[in-house]
Design a protein around this ligand. Structure first.
Ligand code: DC
Length: 229
């Protein structure tokens, strides 16, 4: 049986940075499931889906039948994950604020989740994985070998994301805007009915509000090693 390490938590908690490092060290596959929701979010934008007034009661109808013609493949090149939607590699197009918001919106639709979860489970069955997301320990891989819930205060997460954006040259966004977006997505992700962002009962919670990246990584490694041996 494959080894499955699930890392869940809210946006900006450092899941992907830590999961990538861990996967590389262990020689496991790293699966960023947020990138999959982003891939579908981009697809929905391109199909002209309107997110104005979007909520769980009208989301399905708003998507129309676009899920029927949607295909996704996850490919690995030089150790990096590529998201391929209907044959097109969209990896470099899914990190914009517009796609972040669309991803959070489409993620409330059970049919979308079921389609992506099927692929996530298949990848985890065939490979040793470090998988990060919102519902991995609680829904996608309930029997995962290690479950970690990584969190930090909204302010600390917004501050980290803000610095990251500044370093990337995206200086037109303020800290307050980043914080507001983070709180909006937290609420959206944790309040949906189907497979919301939640800490699985048997997950180990790690709060990194007061930690440096190095301290967070060390803490996670300790947890992983204690579970794997
Ligand atoms: O981790 P991220 O910011 O790239 O995720 C983008 C969105 O996808 C996020 O707002 C919630 C959604 N998501 C989800 O609902 N379930 C997951 N397992 C991963 C992400």
């Amino acid at each position: 049986m494959s080894i499955q390490i699930a890392i869940d938590g809210p946006a900006g908690a450092g899941k992907s940075t830590i999961a990538k490092i861990l996967a590389k060290e262990k020689n496991f596959i790293y699966l960023d499931t947020g990138a999959m929701y982003r891939g579908f979010g981009l697809y929905a934008i391109r199909k002209g889906v309107s997110f104005e007034g979007w909520d769980e009661t009208n989301a399905d109808e708003r998507l129309g039948g676009i899920l029927d013609d949607f295909t996704m493949n996850i490919e690995y090149r030089d150790g990096s994950q590529h998201v391929v939607v209907n044959g097109e590699d969209v990896t470099d197009m899914i990190r914009t604020p517009e796609v972040s918001l669309a991803a959070s919106k489409v993620a409330v639709v059970p049919a979308v989740r079921l389609k992506l979860v099927e692929l996530q489970r298949k990848i985890a069955a065939d490979n040793n994985v470090v998988m990060d997301g919102r519902d991995i320990g609680s829904y996608v891989l309930p029997g995962a070998t290690v479950k970690i819930f990584l969190t930090a205060s909204a302010e600390a997460r917004a501050q980290r994301r803000y610095i990251e954006l500044q370093e990337k040259g995206q200086t037109d966004v303020t800290y307050e805007e980043v914080l507001e977006d983070m709180k909006f997505r937290d609420k959206n992700d944790s309040s949906r009915k189907f497979a919301p962002l939640t800490c699985a009962e048997d997950a180990i919670k790690v709060d990194t509000t007061e930690c440096t990246l190095e301290e967070s990584i060390n803490r996670i490694k300790e947890v992983v090693e204690s579970k794997l041996c």
